[in-house]
Design a protein around this ligand. Structure first.
Ligand SMILES: Nc1ncnc2c1ncn2[C@@H]1O[C@H](COP(=O)(O)OP(=O)(O)OP(=O)(O)O)[C@@H](O)[C@H]1O
Length: 262
């Protein structure tokens, strides 16, 4: 396995009985790279994520993980009994062995330190997702796996959440693998898009995928137009002081670069 990769998936097949859900999928996850899985309902996105997490075994093919890989997982939704009194602080304590400092740092990273003493039952959709994200960060993950992180979050909150995910990637240099249906919102904050419909229909940088005929066939032209509208052209980068710098030829051609551009 290449030391540059955190996860290497080769010719993966997963079937449930005669139902072939994952068909010959190969992909890699690298530190500092955000990979977004898109695809229609039932395409196998959750199945693929479960396989990456080690919760499902391949029918054939291989999944190699870097030894001692630490994974932080943010579930789509967490059902907490509303009769059970639970503050954010207690909720984070139940999740992983972590010091008070770690819990505060994780909450700071998601800009939710003010919620520490609040009941989890009183949080808004966006606040709850940020607390779930903080919980995933407690493991100091090298790979962060997010299953539809913006579920139940209003449109402004969604944009902010995806920005937050990109800033967490920058800060921790972790890989991010996420499932998303918010195609137009996610495009600006992703390095690699994998369009899955059991097999990989197309993959690559957001701009490439949104122009791919198999993507347009799956999601239609309006979807593609939206993406073109929202897709982010990296025509500059920033130094550590926030000054705008022209792109070097190398970075201009490499949209998966994860340095100071936005
Ligand atoms: N444990 C299982 N046993 C049998 N079939 C399963 C199992 N898990 C998933 N499937 C089937 O595999 C297919 C893909 O499911 P999966 O949840 O991976 O899709 P998805 O792309 O995440 O869909 P959605 O966008 O609707 O969440 C579905 O037809 C589902 O019924």
């Amino acid at each position: 396995m290449s030391p540059a990769n955190l996860v290497e998936i080769t010719a993966l097949n997963i079937s449930f009985g005669s139902n072939s859900v994952i068909d010959n999928v190969s992909m890699t996850l690298k530190p500092g790279e955000i990979t977004t899985l898109i695809g229609p309902n039932g395409a196998g996105k959750t199945t693929l994520v479960k396989a990456v997490l080690g919760l499902l075994s391949p029918t054939s093919g291989t999944i190699r993980r870097a030894s001692t890989l630490r994974i932080g997982y943010m579930p789509q939704k967490l059902h907490i009994d509303t009769t059970f009194p639970l503050t954010v602080e207690r909720f984070l304590k139940t999740a992983a062995f972590a010091s008070i400092e770690d819990r505060c740092l994780a909450l700071q990273a998601v800009r939710a330190e003010h919620l520490l003493k609040q009941s989890v039952h009183s949080l808004s959709g966006g606040e709850m997702q940020r607390v779930l994200l903080a919980r995933a960060l407690l493991r100091k993950p090298e790979l962060l796996v997010l299953d539809e992180p913006a579920q139940g979050v209003d449109i402004n909150g969604q944009t902010e959440l995806y920005r937050l995910i990109a800033s967490i990637r920058d800060k921790y240099n972790c890989a991010v693998l996420m499932i998303s249906h918010d195609l137009h919102l996610v495009m600006a904050a992703t390095d690699q898009v994998i369009c899955l419909n059991h097999h990989i229909c197309c993959s690559g940088h957001p701009e490439q995928v949104s122009a791919d005929p198999s993507y347009i066939e799956l999601f239609g032209i309006p979807g593609a137009e939206n993406l073109a509208l929202y897709s982010h052209h990296h025509n500059h980068q920033h130094n550590n002081h926030g000054d705008i710098l022209p792109l070097s030829e190398e970075t201009e051609n490499d949209h998966s670069h994860c340095g100071g551009h936005h």
